[in-house]
Structures are given as structure tokens and as C-alpha cells.
Design a protein around this ligand. Structure first.
Ligand SMILES: [Zn+2]
Length: 208
């Protein structure tokens, strides 16, 4: 049973158009996905994700929160060492619609001191169109998503999270999971199952 409409998991084109210059999906014609994890690094959870990826020889992109990198610098170093890409997700998960533009860019700058990256993802996908141009001066890619697992939503079962990914994935999909305490109850079952499904379907994995 699906509680949520599909549009939340896979945002329609007409809405994506409001964010010109951002990346929602790769142009790949072949079976390629861009796996991403937001909001870490978090003790135990991110380390477990690393193990699951290592077992399957998969590389992903981790959009990190600056203050979590400061709390767990060893886990951040592990991500880099194991060939994953890290991205900037602001210093303390600050959504653009909840602060001034000045505050938003200062927060991103503060995160840049501990996260060396050329890719950025806005918390909650919140951005004003004018901010995209300014962000593109600092980052190569402003990344949104093609498939939102909704692993953070406690109203969903792990099974529903897995189905969100399996039912909506397509060539070039940017897939979002969260290496967070909040997502953990669903992530621990949904992630291994989703990864095995994608491998079985013949998908390969690229970083952003
Ligand atoms: Zn986030």
C-alpha cells in the first residue's frame, strides 16, 4: 500500500522547471544511477552505510552537514578514503526559505571550511531561483533528486521506502537516502534490499 502520491517521490517536470540550473537527473541513456546520502556523517549509521557499499563495491555521494563533520572527522575521512564523494549540505542544515540570503551563503561558506567539495544540495530542496546563479559561482553542480526514498518518514515502513526506490528508478536517477538517526529504522532494511535490486537490474553507480 502506498500512502503518499508518487509526485512526492519523483517531482514532476513542471515543478523541476522552477529551478533552472539545478540537476535532478543525469542524461545517461544506459542503466546508471547516482546514489546519494544526506545529513551525515553520523556515528554508527554512516559507518554501517560504508560497510554496505563496500560489500557491493559501490561508490556514492554524501551531502554532509558541516557540524556533523566537525563531530565526526574520522568518519568524514573514511568516506573520502573509501572513494566516495562528499558534498556541501550547509553547516547546520539551514533551509534557504527560513533565513536571509546573506545568512544562507555564510552558512554554506562555514561548511566549506570542513567539506572540500564542488557539489551542493540545499536542505529540504529549498532555494530561491536567484540563489542558483550565485551558488554556481562556487559549485560545479547544484543537486536536487530524481527519486526520494522518504526513508526519514516514520509513517512509512522499510518496505514502502524500498518500493519508492524500486518503482521509480530509471537511467540517470539521482537517488536520495539519509545517513541519519531519524532514517535508521527504515534505512537498515531498505538500503541493502534496494542496492541488491539495482545490481540485479544491471545498474551501475556513479558519483556526482
Ligand atoms: Zn538534508
Amino acid at each position: 500500500m502506498k500512502i503518499f502520491p508518487r509526485w512526492e517521490v519523483q517531482v514532476p517536470e513542471r515543478i523541476r522547471k522552477f529551478y533552472p540550473g539545478t540537476l535532478w537527473r543525469g542524461e545517461d541513456k544506459e542503466k546508471v544511477v547516482y546514489l546519494s546520502f544526506d545529513d551525515g556523517p553520523v556515528r554508527d549509521v554512516t559507518e554501517w552505510v560504508c560497510e554496505e557499499l563496500k560489500k557491493r563495491d559501490i561508490r556514492a555521494t554524501f551531502f554532509c552537514v558541516g557540524e556533523n563533520v566537525e563531530r565526526n572527522p574520522d568518519i568524514y575521512r573514511r568516506l573520502v578514503k573509501e572513494g566516495h564523494k562528499t558534498g556541501n549540505h550547509t553547516y547546520n542544515h539551514l533551509p534557504a526559505w527560513k533565513c536571509s540570503g546573506k545568512e544562507f551563503f555564510e552558512n554554506i561558506g562555514k561548511a566549506s571550511k570542513v567539506i572540500s567539495s564542488d557539489v551542493f544540495r540545499p536542505p529540504h530542496g529549498q532555494l530561491y531561483p536567484w540563489q542558483v546563479k550565485k551558488l554556481k559561482d562556487r559549485f560545479r553542480r547544484i543537486v536536487m533528486w530524481d527519486v526520494l526514498s522518504k526513508d526519514y518518514d516514520s509513517r512509512l515502513s522499510a518496505e514502502e521506502v524500498r518500493v519508492n526506490v524500486m518503482d521509480n528508478v530509471r537511467p540517470g536517477s539521482v537517488i536520495v537516502f539519509h545517513d541519519s538517526i531519524k532514517s535508521w529504522p527504515r534505512l537498515k532494511q531498505a538500503l541493502p534490499a534496494a542496492l541488491d535490486f539495482l545490481l540485479k537490474e544491471g545498474y551501475s553507480f556513479k558519483t556526482l
